[in-house]
Structure formats: structure tokens, C-alpha cells
Design a protein around this ligand. Structure first.
Ligand code: RB5
Length: 172
């Protein structure tokens, strides 16, 4: 299993903690940023990680921001991404068993490193149960398809979200 991992500035320290855990478990991953503590915009990283998964080069993603919420909202804009913001293991396990969640989002301002590592471990080890849950995921897929934007350009690399103009960047 290959993991795409990413964070914004708020999630950077927790991302580093989780990378150490992944390394200790010999789980391959690629870090899609951010790489500094400078303020940045979470939608950009969420887009990079979501596209990496949809490309087929990565099996699952982990996204960390302050709350996990902005990352999950953004990732769920990509058809085929099922992102969940979790702050305890039960939801993380059920997100795999019932929802086949392929992106785990966490908030570095919500969960400390030890709990986040446990959530990640449980999420990585839990398996989708299929059957009635697959029927429900198929319903979600049809909802996605019925609501796709007609403009195919919105999916191209050229229109990928760019970093904000420096003059617009705040400090959080
Ligand atoms: C950044 O301050 C914060 O808004 C971001 O990390 C995230 O929590 C948004 O959902």
C-alpha cells in the first residue's frame, strides 16, 4: 500500500510525526507538502493528494490541517475520493469498513501525535466490508456522476489551484 500524505502549515508537525510512524512500519509514502511552517492554503495540498490517488499511483491519502475539516471538504470535491475527518479510532475504522474511505484527514489542533498515530494505524489496518456498503457507495458514485460539471477543463492540470498571491497571504 502506497500513501500520499500532505498538510498545510498547521498540520506540518503532525505530518512529520505520522511520517516517522509510516517509516517504522515500512509503509511507502510520498510527501506532497507543505514543507515549511510558512502559512499556506490547504486546498492546494488536498488537490495534489487527491489527484495522486485518482491517478492510481497511490492507494490512499492522509491529509492534515488545523482541524482536518478544510482538507476533507476539498478532497471530497474530487469524484472517487472518499475523505473523512476523524479524531478518534472508532470513526476511522468504520470509515474503512463501511465507507471504504481512501483519504484520512486529521486536525493537528484537535488530536495530539499519539492519538493521531493510533487513528492512522487503525484506519490503515481496517478493511472494507463490501456487500450492502458497496451498494451505498455505488449510490454515492451515481450522485457524483449526476452532478459532474460539464466543463472538462476544471479537471486539467493547467487549472490546478495555484498558491495565493503573497499579498493575500495571512499568518494562519
Ligand atoms: C489554518 O489556520 C486552518 O484554517 C486550516 O489548517 C484548517 O484547519 C482548515 O480547515
Amino acid at each position: 500500500m502506497k500513501i500520499a500524505i500532505g498538510s498545510d502549515h498547521a498540520g506540518l508537525p503532525l505530518k512529520e510525526t505520522l511520517k516517522i510512524y509510516l517509516e517504522s512500519q515500512l509503509i511507502p509514502f510520498e510527501d506532497f507538502g507543505t514543507f515549511t511552517s510558512e502559512s499556506c492554503d490547504y486546498p492546494r495540498t488536498a488537490e495534489l493528494v487527491s489527484k495522486a490517488i485518482l491517478s492510481g499511483q497511490f492507494d490512499r491519502g492522509i491529509l492534515i490541517c488545523g482541524t482536518g475539516i478544510g482538507m476533507s471538504i476539498t478532497a471530497n470535491k474530487f469524484p472517487g475520493i472518499r475523505a473523512v475527518a476523524c479524531s478518534e479510532p472508532y470513526s476511522a475504522i468504520l470509515a474503512r469498513r463501511h465507507n471504504n474511505a481512501n483519504v484520512l484527514c486529521m486536525g493537528a489542533r484537535v488530536v495530539a501525535g499519539g492519538l493521531a498515530t493510533l487513528i492512522t494505524e487503525d484506519w490503515l489496518n481496517a478493511s472494507f466490508e463490501g456487500e450492502r456498503h458497496q451498494r451505498r457507495l455505488d449510490m454515492i458514485t451515481r450522485i457524483e456522476q449526476r452532478n459532474l460539471l460539464p466543463n472538462i477543463e476544471t479537471r486539467s492540470e493547467e487549472t490546478a489551484e495555484e498558491p495565493a498571491d503573497d499579498s493575500e497571504v495571512d499568518h494562519d
